[in-house]
Design a protein around this ligand. Structure first.
Ligand SMILES: C[S@@+](CC[C@H](N)C(=O)[O-])C[C@H]1O[C@@H](n2cnc3c(N)ncnc32)[C@H](O)[C@@H]1O
Length: 259
């Protein structure tokens, strides 16, 4: 059993080492994904948004173009430094950044935000339902909670989690879509709406931007080679120009906080 402190150390180690490559890895800013996110969540000019585990601020900055204000909070100071650079490049003014652990009670009053979002983070969290409950607490009545994450095929989720843990030791566990909808429902969110994106990524580029151990990177390469014919991982690995590509099965789920 991993304790909070050693897990947080692993997160900070991973995302300090890869803060700059994370922001530069183009698939993290995939335009189609960001458009789908906006279409589903429908941000309004008077919205006040919280981005939980905001990383390098890609999602925060996308929302800041359309809403009144965005606050981004993340555990890893190096990721927040990258977020500040993203904000500067995009010349956005309506943003605040904070370093903080979102698996603890969030440092905000009840009902402060009209929209609370989190992307690619729940698979790094030991108790994701607790984070969702806190996201709900700080969201206003009738406000929206948006969760975006990889949701593997239930028959292949264990194999997927094993390979992800080799690639990124701070990975905990990806949820299936049914599990994600379930914990959002249990956290009291209503009227769930879902969008999907199959996000195509090139394996070698992703390993360079995220895998700290050469031994583990080699194990991942072998598992993906095998996956080309077997599809054990549920990510439809395929070859293009002699390079291995695959699809992250991404789900976007928006729910409402009912009074
Ligand atoms: C895969 S990145 C996603 C970043 C960003 N949300 C995005 O969509 O690009 C995961 C982020 O979660 C952050 N994180 C993980 N556990 C956290 C925690 N307990 N509190 C705050 N941030 C956390 C990491 O520091 C990292 O920046």
């Amino acid at each position: 059993m991993t304790d909070d402190k050693s897990h947080n150390d692993s997160i900070i180690s991973q995302f300090t080492k890869y803060a700059a490559p994370y922001r530069q890895f183009s698939e993290h800013s995939n335009q189609h994904g960001l458009e789908l996110m906006l279409k589903l969540s429908k941000p309004q000019p008077n919205d006040v948004v919280l981005d939980v585990a905001c990383g390098t601020g890609i999602v925060s900055c996308e929302f800041a173009r359309f809403v009144s204000h965005v606050t981004g909070i993340d555990l890893t100071p190096a990721m927040i430094e990258q977020a500040k650079q993203t904000q500067q490049e995009k010349q956005l003014k309506n943003m605040t950044w904070m370093v903080g652990d979102v698996s603890k009670p969030l440092p905000f009053d009840d009902s402060l935000f009209s929209m609370v979002v989190t992307r690619y983070s729940l698979h790094h969290i030991l108790e994701p339902k607790k984070v969702l409950q806190e996201m709900k607490r700080v969201c206003a009545d009738n406000g929206k909670i948006l969760v975006i994450d990889v949701t593997p095929d239930p028959a292949k989720v264990d194999a997927y989690n094993r390979v992800e843990k080799l690639r990124d030791p701070s990975h905990v566990r990806a949820l299936t879509l049914a599990e994600l909808e379930n914990i959002m429902g249990e956290a009291g969110l209503a009227n769930l709406e879902v969008e999907h994106q199959d996000l195509e990524v090139e394996l070698e580029g992703m390993l360079q931007a995220s895998c700290p151990s050469q031994d583990d990177a080699n194990k991942v390469r072998l598992l993906f080679k095998e996956d080309l014919t077997k599809n054990n991982l549920g990510v439809r690995s395929h070859l293009k120009d002699n390079k291995i590509y695959f699809y992250f099965p991404i789900s976007m789920v928006v729910g409402q906080k009912s009074p």
